[in-house]
Design a protein around this ligand. Sequence first.
Ligand code: SAM
Length: 281
Amino acid sequence: MAAIDNLPPLREVIATHGLSAKKALGQNFLLDLNLTAKIARQAGDLSGSDVLEIGPGPGGLTRGLLAEGARRVLSIEKDERCIPALEEIAAAYPGRFSYIQGDALQVDPLAHLTPPIRVAANLPYNIGTELLIRWLTPPQWPPFWQSLTLMFQREVAERITAKPGSNHYGRLAILSQWRADARIVLDLPPQAFTPPPKVSSAVVHLTALPAPRFPADLKVLERVTAAAFGQRRKMLRASLRGLAPDIEDILTSVDIKPTERAEQIDLEHFCALARAIAAQT
Ligand code: SAM
């Protein structure tokens, strides 16, 4: 297949800069630039957007995003060993690529980005869910981002996109689907990565809704889903007992049978329940 840019192949980049993968940093690299370009295409039309990338590593996805026409890419990388490789990308794409060396959980990149902003990342597995929850719970909605295109372990991708009745349905599905359209757009086997992780991966694409799908207060909704899914095998009248003294009446008032279990309740009913509880307390 044709090269996507004039930079050296990623295996050569890794060898030149001594980027042996560190487990503690969740380093499972993508070395096939045609695959990273394909992932970049899942993020939509990048030509009019700034892209925030977390964890560029040797720069495979970064190069995919740039080759696919991103207006600008800003990457945050914790591992300083990757900086020389990122410098080479900056030289090849003048004015279109910059990076911050630091911890994505600490750095605030917003001052360096111009809307519209899309986020794309092959996330370090140990901070992926935390970052997603942060992006879904900013102080104001709509958020700074228009879309998130993120690689997760397949099981986490299923938790984000799960529907009621599925084993994976829970708090992450409710939060994600309350504020975004979320779907799995690509599956990747372990062998797509170097070194291969133990489990399969999937890319999830989330598009921010202009307003949450159903009205509810975030804090109350989170309290309700934490209690409901904290004891998912229990009937709701038991698991939600602590939230309001007359919980059975509240459940009935929003058309939820008190004997149902959390995994049977759809997003619309969870939001109605959160509103009814908020009205009582
Ligand atoms: N994007 C590259 C690719 O697709 O080949 C690397 C992906 S690798 C799964 C995760 C990357 O995130 C690594 O480069 C790692 O050093 C970086 N990383 C880990 N923890 C980080 C953190 N807290 N903040 C920023 N980057 C981090």
